[in-house]
Design a protein around this ligand. Sequence first.
Ligand SMILES: [Zn+2]
Length: 307
Amino acid sequence: MKIAIVVGHNKAAQGAVRVTDKRSEYDWNGQLAEMIRSHNTAAVKVFHRTPGGGYSAEIDRVYKQVDAWGADCSLELHFNASGSSSVSGGETLSSGTSGSMRLAKLVRPAVAAALGNKDRGVKVLSRTDRGGRSLWQGRAPAVLVEPYFGSNVSDCNAADKHMDELAEAYYRAAAAFLGHTAATPPSVQAKPLTPPTSAPLVADTPSDDERGRRSQTYRAGGRYAPAGGSARPPQLTNPKGNTMTKSIFTSWTFWFNAASFVVALATALADAFPDYREALLMVVTIGNVILRFKTSQPVSLKPPRTN
Ligand SMILES: [Zn+2]
């Protein structure tokens, strides 16, 4: 069993920095990598990317080392960043090959359980997508992990608090992938996941890592949907691959049927009571006058912010 842990970015260009303590991806994940290795120093080897020759040369060089070592799988460590401090949660990136996908589907729920933040699912990158080279260059099945947003304070705090569990989650998921142990330790299994939400899949302002990653989204049942290929927005899926639900009050179908019901009820009442129309007119008029005095806040047609 050989598990390669690749620390994202390099000493010269350390990636995103955390809003809480300015620690970089390279720094924070370097520490995390050693914690993963401590679970099995014989089976886990940590690789650092070295600057020089440009981005592609850097990726090719480190995955050549991973291959030369004879890795059975690899995980490249990152964390996410967004221009909006409210965007949160974790995601795992896969090449979409059967091995990478199986590894990603073991890693994602284990990490979500360890950190308890929003599960943004598994996303598939092509070789030419930004970050895709890390997933396609090596021989072994690979994933790139973005367990939380460094731009979100509570995400950072949760990651610090549960850094041990995160390291263990990575190790156990990789070991389970290679048929050695259960994916999730009993201590982590009991923790509840954050409930599913209808928040958008993609941050307002994509980070360097996130940009270019939108061309394909993995859907339940193994379908890959190219962006722009359909009018439907990408759906969030939970670790079991089920589509997440949204509040009924944000459903157009719900409000359409509620309005239809009110119209039907009004029609039935009008038939039953001759003076119904005059009474209804009074109720509507008096109701609007009272509500107008009760609240003077201006209104807008713009939809509410969702994150
Ligand atoms: Zn990164």
